[in-house]
Ligand binder design. Structure first.
Ligand code: NAD
Length: 419
């Protein structure tokens, strides 16, 4: 057995052992096999937790095809350990060009998937653009990230969406845990592992105070950093201010930051005029989906020399001798850094349980859903929360009949004296 295959199997076994929601669902679905006859394509960061989702889909009866959603984030050992399994076929490689990623997507599409579980709408956009012949066979898409839901909404606006899509990212069980705790912990863990530097006492600038930014900012503060937020949205800026963070335009924040972490889902958040003001030694990292949040072309343009400073860090020397450091080419720091493993397993257990349960719901109800972006029904979200609580051994109170009646009433007499 190759070393790759052995470590891939180990990683999958570890992830399985820490994904109890999947274990519970897998037991049920392998008996019912509700997805028998379906071809489900999963486009995501192909690492061990994603592997567990693929295994559960296969046990549920689907023929599963996978591909990477980003050039730097898949792990070759896990890909090998998935490709040896019955019912799972995949096309993903680590550290590839955008062109190679496109080729791998095309290979996945040859399988003519009937449903796509997507990340950043990468495979969905590719199919709509390049394989219109497949669209009539597609029952729908489940999208797990903020950027992807925005892209599918843009497709709808352009009249390019011919099937229903579930906005899995928008469910509480996904974004209140994955984006906040998953991105918060894994972006910082991997930034610190890659730089081997201390966060305590440092000036950290977080661009974007949405779900991911909230997680990164609060956890950086908990580790002792002085955190500054940059925003474009007035309510998000106010929320950051009232949560006790400094809020500054990037032009001012640029001059004070030791670390910069972008999590906006937007482009050019850090660009030439900001880089020009940065301190010697500043470290730039991105945790938003695309590697366009930090304008690396501006950085290269300003540099008189560039070299690898450490694995995963490129140092750009400016004309006056300052050195600005870019972490993993501005790609997702929690997934593309040399030792990165993505989000913690327990968080991905929830995210992927939502993808799975949304897919099952879509599969049963697709014919009554119009082309468009739909919320995942609340009871699907609630079911995943209930399974998760059960696996944790946590119990909640139950509403009494009187409490339910009180909550359902509007007449003052009913509210004050229900009997
Ligand atoms: N690293 C990961 O594993 C991971 C996980 C989940 C989501 N994401 C990605 O992270 C990005 C952010 O996701 P989110 O859920 O926090 O989105 P969100 O919409 O909740 O938050 C984004 C925030 O960025 C702000 N923003 C936009 N442009 C800005 C600019 N130029 N300057 C400053 N702020 C700006 C917005 O006003 C918003 O408040 C998306 O690309 C998403 O796909 C990454």
């Amino acid at each position: 057995m190759s070393a790759d295959l052995a470590t891939g199997r180990q990683k999958l076994a570890w992830a399985r052992a820490h994904m109890p929601v999947h274990n519970a669902l897998r037991e049920r679905l392998s008996k019912e096999r509700p997805l028998a006859g379906e071809c489900i394509a999963v486009c995501s960061h192909i690492e061990a937790k994603t592997g567990v989702l693929l295994e559960t889909l296969a046990r549920a009866g689907a023929s599963v095809v996978f591909t990477g959603s980003e050039p730097g984030s898949s792990q070759d050992d896990v890909v090998a350990a998935l490709n040896e399994q019955d019912g799972i076929t995949g096309y993903a490689e680590r550290g590839i060009s955008e062109e190679r990623l496109a080729e791998l997507h095309s290979q996945a599409l040859v399988h003519a998937p009937t449903m796509i579980l997507d990340d950043a709408a990468e495979l969905t956009a590719r199919m709509v653009n390049e394989r219109p012949d497949l669209l009539s066979g597609v029952k729908g898409v489940c999208e797990q990230t903020t950027t992807g839901v925005q892209r599918i909404q843009a497709m709808l606006g352009d009249g390019a969406l011919s099937f229903p899509a579930y906005a899995v990212n928008h469910t509480p069980m996904k974004h209140e845990f994955d984006n906040i705790h998953g991105t918060g912990e894994s972006a910082l863990t991997n930034l610190l592992l890659t730089t081997n530097l201390l966060l305590a006492g440092k000036q950290v600038v977080v661009a974007g105070y949405g779900d991911c930014g909230v997680g990164v900012a609060h956890k950086a503060r908990a580790l002792g950093a002085q955190v500054t937020i940059t925003e474009i949205e007035p309510r998000a800026a106010l929320r950051a201010h009232m949560n006790g963070f400094a809020v500054l335009p990037m032009l001012e924040a640029a001059a004070i930051g030791d670390f910069f972490i972008t999590v906006t889902g937007n482009r050019d958040v850090i660009r030439r005029e900001h880089i020009e003001r940065m301190q010697d030694g500043a470290i730039l990292a991105n945790a938003g989906h695309f590697n366009v949040e930090i304008n690396s072309a501006d950085l290269a343009d300003l540099a008189v020399a560039r070299r690898q400073a450490r694995p995963g860090i490129e140092a750009f020397e400016l004309a006056d001798g300052r050195q600005i450091n870019l972490v993993c080419e501005g790609r997702l720091v929690n997934l593309a850094a040399p030792t990165a493993m993505g989000h913690p397993a327990e968080v991905m257990d929830q995210t992927f349980a939502m993808q799975l349960m949304a897919a099952l719901h879509l599969f049963t109800n697709h014919s009554s859903l119009k082309p468009g972006v739909h919320p995942v029904p609340d009871d699907v979200d609630r079911q995943v929360a209930e399974i998760k609580l059960e696996t944790l051994g946590i119990q909640t109170d139950q509403l009494t009949t009187e409490q339910q009646r009180f909550l359902d009433s509007w007449r003052a007499s009913d509210l004050l004296d229900p009997d």
